[in-house]
Design a protein around this ligand. Sequence first.
Ligand code: PMP
Length: 460
Amino acid sequence: MNEISNMTGVWREMDAAHHIHPFMDTGALNAEGARVITHAKGIYIYTSTGDRVIDGMSGLWNMQVGHGRPEIIEAISAQLTKLDYYNTFFKTTHPGVVELSREIAELAPPKLNRVFYTSSGSEANDTMIRIVRYYWKLRGKPEKSQFISRRLGYHGSTIGGASLSGMPWMHEQAGLPIPGMNYITPPYWWTEGGDMAPDEFGLWAANQVAEAIDRIGADNVAAVIGEPIQGAGGVIIPPANYWPAVARICRERDVLYVSDEVICGFGRTGEWWGCDYYGVEPDLIVFAKGVTSGYFPMGGVILSDEVADVISLHGGEFYHGFTYSGHPGACAAALANIKIIKDERLPERVKSDIGPYLQAKWRALGEHPLVGEARMVGLIGALELSPNKKARAAFPQPGVVGTIARDISFREGLVMRAVRDGLILAPPLVITRNEIDEAIVIVARVLDETHSECRRLGLM
Ligand code: PMP
């Protein structure tokens, strides 16, 4: 499978001439030339120059069952052969969307039983904003329209999703956020914890939610949204007491609690949902990615009975929807993917077998002189690189060392993502022990090489 294509140069040129890449400095990339990925199987991706690389990020945190699963590909093909497309707008439905909705309702926490479909996590978050504001309007409280999210939270790149995201550099380029967005300190002990023990910090960070609601006024706050574990913000794993406290604070103040499960859902943490991992029940779940393991675009919002009933019993027509809401191909992909996750017991596997196996090796990397903190839940983790771990110090120019390490990692045969000076690993949930051993050997080599490079550059 390790074929080398003599098309590489041509593809790079055409890519530079005609393709604008997402989340990329396209000018800089064009000068360097993109890596061309030609095929993939299991946990490996293959480049046009003949390299085999471990997909340590599961694509973009979405390929729970790994690449090249014939069960999903055949299910999509069979579905498209039978019913390629039909909409769900005008009094019609189809078997796939019905079956998938029941399946998701069964997997979701007990009081969440109804699903609205989109084609991405960003659209799902925009949909969530529409649902939540509409809900409060119908409840006679239209002024409850403000959202509270956390800095470094990522909720998508559409106007609504980017506005919810606590990433000011995204806002600056686009005249965002839309009105009604408020950002609070994330439960990021490494940078925000100061002298507090993690538990003490967890309650302090949760209390930021209470303070924000009280400052804005509970009468004005529609919902608090958060990822159980902040992914794109750097795999920020809150202390165990954070989410239970936040959920309680929301309940006491009559504010909806939205769990953005786009990364954490479908087994990533060793439970079906990240909110299950933290033992809390949200009012709405936003999902995408792992629902189809990336074989077909899909996202959506799962609504609590309370929210769904208000909208469907009292709302009349909801003026919102997408051509591809509940696309038959996406539904077939999701059903086949969920069947694999269930049949192979992937959440259980992550919780009690492969997760602890990887976590032990990951934590051991915390002893490396370049690593300040090694953290991981289920199969999602980060190594916080630091010039002085005792002081939890940051490098003077954030991002430089992380990028050096990420580039070394790809060259050594492992995709890791860099966020500031953190390295992220979130492999497919089907990864084996041997494959984990192979990945960890590479991570250790990456740390050694990056460490030498830091010393050479006088960074430590
Ligand atoms: N929410 C979270 C938590 C995400 O991680 C992402 C994507 N990384 C999104 C929303 C947006 O999803 P999409 O890229 O499918 O629009």
